[in-house]
Design a binder for this molecule. Structure first.
Ligand SMILES: *Cc1c(COP(=O)(O)O)cnc(C)c1O
Length: 335
């Protein structure tokens, strides 16, 4: 898929960063687990990459640690500022505590309480600001300018992208055999950029398929426009991916490495949370179930059979109270 030598060089640059990322000082290797009921229902072999099993219950710890560990001693002494919908916040809080760095984290006022507590309990400062991520982001950038502290983007940073890319490194080692496609949830595009760079460099025949909430489909919009666009509004049910504009660094890769982007509804996410529960007895947050919802949509649309399809199960940070709503909506979805 990379067509020009410059694109090939960009991928090689990221693959080297991914291979060198010291994420396992904090992150763990997660299982690539078969989903037998889903596989049976869909007539394809579905494997779940269990990133909900990371410390902090999402993959974000990979990118956050890889970024913080590479700061200069001066930057570390100053401390960091970040904006996050909640999971990156917890990753930064844990990584900062581990490295002895002070961290201030701006989150939207709509952030689920358990994500806010996840930050405060790890010793970081949590500031609630704005209705959704774009407002929190603007405020955090302003604070960073005022204080001179390093801003740590949740997705738009090469070190963060490389940290997230270690997910793909594990998948290809865990499953060296035939593999048709990897489905990746997309918010700001850090995860899919890291995964796509690694996969397209080493196994370009594997399809990398992005899955977005239909209420925050900023990668699909950017690919259609040929440039990054800012969505006028974003829905926050899938709060982990409620981003209005795809990151610049990520888009540079996604532009030529992502085969397709699908969008799914909130009801499809609720149904996918149930599917994952049925196969694993684990609960996922709405964003965490995007990839499984995407696989169901893809199989229905293409009639794919007997393929090996991987879904990134990206996070599990959902308020317990929200489960009532999820359970109600899960029965509404019909494919
Ligand atoms: C952040 C996040 C995503 C999306 O990752 P991006 O790098 O922003 O595209 C998906 N799922 C969960 C649970 C997340 O926290």
């Amino acid at each position: 898929m990379p067509v020009t030598p410059a694109e090939q060089a960009l991928l090689e640059h990221y693959v080297k960063k991914i291979l060198a990322a010291p994420v396992y000082e904090l992150a763990v290797h997660t299982p690539l687990q078969p989903a037998p009921a889903l596989s049976e229902a869909l007539g394809n072999r579905i494997l779940l990459k269990r990133e909900d099993l990371q410390p902090t219950f999402s993959f974000k710890i990979r990118g956050a640690y890889n970024k913080l560990v590479q700061l200069t001693p001066e930057q570390r002494a100053m401390g960091v500022i970040t904006a996050s919908a909640g999971n990156h916040a917890q990753g930064v809080a844990l990584a900062a505590r581990e490295l002895g760095i002070s961290a201030s984290i701006v989150m939207p006022s709509t952030t689920p309480q358990l994500k806010v507590l996840g930050v405060r309990n790890r010793g970081a400062e949590a500031l609630l600001h704005g209705e959704s991520f774009p407002f929190a982001l603007a405020y955090a950038l302003e604070l960073a300018r005022q204080t001179g502290r390093e801003f740590v983007s949740p997705f738009d940073d090469p070190e963060v992208i490389a940290g997230q890319g270690t997910v793909a490194m594990e998948i290809l080692r865990q499953h060296p055999g035939r593999l048709e496609a990897i489905f990746v949830p997309v918010g700001g595009g850090g995860l899919i950029a890291g995964i796509a760079a690694y996969v397209k460099y080493l196994r370009p025949e594997i399809r990398v398929i992005g899955v977005e909430s239909q209420h925050s489909a900023c990668l699909q919009a950017a690919l259609a426009a040929g440039e990054r666009v800012s969505l006028p509004a974003v829905g926050t049910f899938a709060d982990g991916v409620a981003v209005a504009q795809i990151g610049a660094h990520g888009f540079e890769i996604c532009r030529f490495c992502v085969d397709e982007v699908l969008t799914v509804s909130d009801d499809q996410l609720c149904a996918a949370i149930k599917d994952i529960y049925d196969d694993t007895r684990s609960i996922t947050e709405p964003s965490g179930a995007l990839a499984v919802a995407g696989i169901k949509h893809y199989v229905a649309k293409t009639g794919a059979r007997d393929q090996v399809l991987v879904a990134i199960d990206s996070g599990a940070n959902i308020n317990f109270d929200s489960l009532r709503h999820v359970a109600e909506r899960a029965v509404v979805d019909v494919f």
